[in-house]
Ligand binder design. Structure first.
Ligand code: GLP
Length: 268
């Protein structure tokens, strides 16, 4: 795992964007880009940086496929707070990913079985395009990834989940009161997320410090879904000082972030 700590939100966004772009096939390559998308405030600066890269011809998402992490159950796709609409506004419109190339788990259906069947099909459709190359992630204050709440199976697949009370409270600000926040969702599973080629997680602010410390330095445990980052061979975690404030290994991360060069190969 690489832990990279920026000194301000702009730097965090830029470091995260660089780590997304470096793991995607070059624009114009015969391999189509497949990007995993997260909602939430944490990656907004990253998306702005990707938009800047497009305007400077360093990136092109016009043929990229985007797969969302999760979606609410019980609100229509057209609801302004549905993750489909949120991603169209906050990602498609910013980086030039076409809405027809945006795939979001289906949170509506005639039966619970139909919604779960669509969730199964979602994993199949990710696999059918060769898998997500880079998955962008935030983390919940309770350690959730996507909507994999504490207690989620570490190898779970895309499925229906009950939202934790803490998550519903945290997200109530986007709805007209807690009673309007859905109780359930469809989320990529932790096992699904772990299949992405690279994970880039962004977290900022003191409110995330405990979740980050538990995810990066705590035990691998369903009690902190973010701890599955420890299982991934190419996980990049980009933090500000506040989100990094409870990390015990901060000094080591800073030393390691400086990288290796030929001078380190000189035999002592
Ligand atoms: C939601 C999303 C998560 C996101 C989390 C944190 O619950 N389902 O994918 O990581 O919120 O959001 P924020 O970045 O706004 O703190």
């Amino acid at each position: 795992m690489r832990v990279l700590i920026g000194s301000n939100s702009q730097q965090v966004a830029r470091i995260a964007a660089d780590n997304v772009l470096s793991a995607l096939p070059e624009p114009g390559s015969t391999v189509r880009q497949v990007l995993g998308l997260a909602t939430g405030s944490s990656p907004l600066g990253l998306y702005r940086e990707l938009g800047l890269a497009v305007s400077e011809s360093r990136a092109d998402f016009s043929h990229t496929l985007g797969f969302a992490l999760d979606e609410y159950i019980g609100i229509p796709q057209t609801h302004p707070q549905s993750y489909r609409q949120t991603l169209i506004t906050e990602v498609c419109n910013v980086i030039g990913l076409r809405p027809e190339n945006l795939f979001v788990p289906q949170g509506t259906g005639n039966s619970v079985i139909a919604v779960q069947k669509a969730a199964d099909d979602y994993d199949t459709s990710i696999a059918a395009v060769g898998g997500v190359q880079v998955q962008i992630l935030g983390i919940g204050a309770n350690g959730h990834l996507g909507f994999n709440e504490p207690g989620s199976a570490l190898r779970s697949r895309t499925r229906i989940k009950r939202l934790a009370s803490k998550t519903r409270e945290d997200n109530a600000r986007f709805f007209s009161g807690i009673n309007h926040v859905p109780t359930h969702c469809v989320t990529q599973g932790l096992g699904t997320i772990l299949e992405a080629g690279r994970l880039v997680l962004v977290a900022t602010g003191f409110g995330k410090a405990d979740a980050i410390a538990a995810a990066l330095e705590g035990p691998l445990s369903a009690s902190c879904p973010g701890s599955v980052l420890q299982l991934h061979p190419d996980a990049v975690v980009v933090l500000d000082d506040a989100a990094a404030s409870r990390l015990k290994l901060r000094e080591y991360y800073d030393d390691a972030a400086a990288g290796i060069s030929e001078e380190h190969l000189v035999v002592l």
